[in-house]
Design a protein around this ligand. Structure first.
Ligand SMILES: Cc1ncc(CO)c(N)n1
Length: 219
């Protein structure tokens, strides 16, 4: 089994809970109240700035210029690619950039980004990659699963979100993270692998918490 396959299996129970979460199911069948999505969108927009910072730490910690380019491209993908989905919804919901920055991050949102940032600050490229991988990969999977539901991708409101995360661009950028993780950690010691698994599973639990927090509109 490759390293990424092992990580994937270790996080399966938590990912399954994410896929079965009422918030995620509600996006898939269109039943999620827009008020909940609005809360999520604002929190996620704030989240993505820190997520981009984690990638930026990858640039700081790289020695290989190719890796620097890779992380730099990913920073751009988030700030100017993935966030397009958010900006489009913000426009539809009448939310301005100014308004977003008046919103405070919810406790679990702050806990999640602080965890990723601290693990990455203390560690090296592997820590950066693995903490990012759980976020990216679980969204790619959610996008794929929801897009297979009849009518979900065509939903007048939630369709754009589903299509964005099910897109080939999102998938191929996630795939490049999976490939790099395997390349970087190939032949690592069991001790190193265990540390990586702990990070991957912890981030997956934070993902589940993010859905739960958004479902409950937690402060
Ligand atoms: C909370 C969260 N995790 C992962 C992603 C995917 O980048 C996202 N947009 N938000």
């Amino acid at each position: 089994m490759t390293i990424s396959e092992r990580l994937y299996q270790a996080a399966q129970p938590v990912w399954k809970e994410c896929l079965e979460h009422p918030f995620v199911k509600g996006i898939g069948d269109g039943s999620l109240p827009v008020e909940h999505f609005r809360y999520y969108l604002l929190q996620d927009y704030l989240y993505l700035f820190d997520y981009a910072r984690v990638f930026a730490l990858g640039i700081v910690k790289s020695h290989d210029p190719k890796l620097m380019q890779f992380f730099s491209k990913n920073v751009d993908n988030i700030l100017n690619g993935e966030m397009k989905i958010h900006r489009s919804y913000m426009e539809r919901l009448g939310i301005t950039e100014d308004h977003v920055f008046q919103v405070k991050p919810a406790l679990k949102n702050a806990a999640y980004t602080n965890y990723m940032l601290s693990v990455s600050h203390a560690g090296g490229i592997a820590e950066v990659l693995v903490s990012i991988l759980a976020c990216s990969w679980s969204y790619a999977e959610i996008g794929q699963v929801l897009a297979q539901k009849p009518g979900a991708a065509e939903h007048p409101f939630y369709g754009e979100w589903i299509t964005g995360y099910a897109s080939s661009e999102y998938n191929s950028s996630n795939q490049s993270l999976v490939t790099l993780t395997d390349k970087l950690l190939e032949g690592c010691s069991e001790e190193t692998y265990q540390r990586m698994e702990d990070i991957f599973v912890m981030c997956s639990r934070f993902e589940l918490d993010f859905w739960e927090m958004s479902w409950r509109l937690e402060p």
